[in-house]
Design a protein around this ligand. Structure first.
Ligand SMILES: [Zn+2]
Length: 313
């Protein structure tokens, strides 16, 4: 793949985000950074290094809808904007979708036993949507589809970290544009997000993430160009490490389920140092592990007075 990396600053703890300019029959930019002036400068600089400017980009392709990846869809009015259909909810932000999203999160947080006074704060934080772009997709890409202008470059649906997540594999060279599926330094958070069918059934994000990692493992990728950090070459080794690390966390968690517990209680047990400042992120991790323990048949869950109670199976 003829690929040029553009490193873009973000205001988030994760640090810089990568965008990838790929020259095929069309000139495509994979991911576009958060909607900050600094990010736009970095994009323009990176394009210039490769001999292009903003107007030369013929299509923008999104790995997922999170704002560090999708913000500057607004900088390419002439370009086609491609991605998984789910991105569109976060680009369009219709009042109906935003209301549905708030209701979904409040229901979930109540099930997790989060006290009333924290609900707004967590949901509001999640509403920090200012760094998202506002240009809707011009084309939906689904699992298995080839990217226009790039024969042999195929999208693979890989939900978990985001319900919109796609990776792109060049079939001849086994190079992968990986978004946030696999990162060298951190395991991406299995964020709780509303499901693609807009029902109220919560996707089991960590289980999805593990399945997506196994999918990537089976592709035998030679290289992953990740959303953050350097190119990954020991792809399957890193995947094994991630899966093993999850297993270790499950072992730890199971010891804390010595009687009936809520997600909030278990989050306080597992993350005593961080749960207060990062409640949303630590809750989603705990919940992810609990989903795995239920899958493995060692824990069961029962709704009592509107709150989910976890007990040993
Ligand atoms: Zn990211």
């Amino acid at each position: 793949m003829n690929i040029h990396t553009i490193v873009i600053p973000t205001p988030y703890p994760i640090g810089d985000v990568n965008a990838f300019l790929v020259k095929g029959d069309r000139l495509s930019l994979f991911d576009v950074g958060p909607k900050t002036p600094e990010a736009l400068e970095a994009i323009e600089r990176g394009l210039k290094e490769a001999g292009y400017n903003l107007n030369d980009v013929e299509q923008v392709v999104l790995t997922h809808h999170h704002p560090d990846h999708s913000g500057w869809v607004d900088a390419f009015p002439e370009a086609d904007i491609l991605g998984h259909e789910y991105n569109d909810h976060f680009l369009r932000k219709t009042p109906e979708f935003m209301a549905y999203r708030t209701t979904f999160y409040i229901q979930q947080l109540q099930l997790q036993a989060v006290p009333e006074q924290y609900l707004d704060k967590i949901v509001e934080q999640k509403e920090a949507l200012l760094l998202y772009g506002t240009t809707p997709l011009t084309k939906f890409i689904s699992d298995g589809e080839e990217i226009p202008g790039h024969p042999g470059l195929k999208a693979i649906y890989t939900p978990g970290h985001a319900q919109s997540h796609l990776i792109f594999i060049e079939e001849s060279t086994k190079e992968v544009i990986g978004g946030d599926l696999l990162l060298e330094r951190v395991a991406p958070n299995p964020l709780v997000e509303p499901p693609t069918d807009l029902s109220y059934e919560r996707p089991k994000s960590l289980i999805q993430q593990q399945e997506s990692l196994k999918l990537l493992r089976d592709l035998d990728a030679a290289k992953v160009y990740p959303g953050h950090g350097d190119v990954i070459t020991s792809v399957n080794q890193l995947i094994e490490n991630r899966l093993k690390r999850d297993e270790m966390r499950l072992e730890q968690l199971i010891h804390h389920i010595n009687g009936p517990k809520t997600v909030l209680q278990l989050t306080m047990d597992l993350y005593p140092a961080n749960y207060k400042t990062e409640l949303g992120l630590t809750l989603s991790k705990t919940l992810g592990y609990l989903d795995c323990l239920i899958r493995d048949g060692v824990v069961r869950v029962e709704e009592v007075n509107g709150v989910n109670i976890y007990t040993p199976a």
